[in-house]
Design a protein around this ligand. Sequence first.
Ligand code: SF4
Length: 255
Amino acid sequence: MDRETLRRQLEFYRDLGIRELRVEPRAQPAQALPRAAAQAEPQPGVRPIPSPNQMTPSLIPMGPDNDSLEVIRQDIGDCKRCRLCEARNRIVFGSGNEQARLVFVGEGPGADEDAQGLPFVGRAGQLLTQMIDGTAAKEGMAIRRGDVYICNVVKCRPPENRTPLPDEMEICGQFLFRQLTVIQPKAIICLGATAAKALLGVKEGITKIRGRWHNWRDIQVMPTYHPSYLLRPYNQNAKREAWEDLKKALHYAYD
Ligand code: SF4
């Protein structure tokens, strides 16, 4: 591996939050393994789902040089890389303009998204559509929801809509990073603290970090509230703030 490839690979692992890399000893020939260990060897094409305690950062291949959204979707396949595969109905990859200047990143699919295989199609999704279409129209911009790209940190619905666990975000985050690297938008809007944490590694709550530009691999990132939070009736101020954040991002991406 040449130095440039190694540098890019290490940068990729750093973005995934991997702080340590272990060098595995070379595999022993199968006949040298104790009988029990040999029987425990995974079958070709079968990936056992590790328990939470077994999950440790593993080396994840970067996207190929000719990466595309289609290649990423093929690589995901019928993914069983984390426990979220167990209760999902459909993998929710993402939708929208594949050359979008603005990408929205949410947390993970909910029940409606899991049923339809599309991101942000439930109540929160309808609010997001209103926010995008309404704000753009008010600002005199000919932008509709179909002009942006929308995806999530994890592609399978967490049970009971719980927050994805760190290892789930780490494993599935590789696909998000590849999607963003392929699309190369001018700006990204993180919808909620989980998306902000996945991309920016921040620990602060969304109220602390929203409304300001951050950076992910030279792409401007604007964290704001998740639409499902805005649906709560007492969040009028948050709604106003989210509209302001969106206005800022739309102008930055499309002016
Ligand atoms: S959440 Fe992501 S990594 Fe986990 S099973 Fe689904 S697609 Fe695979």
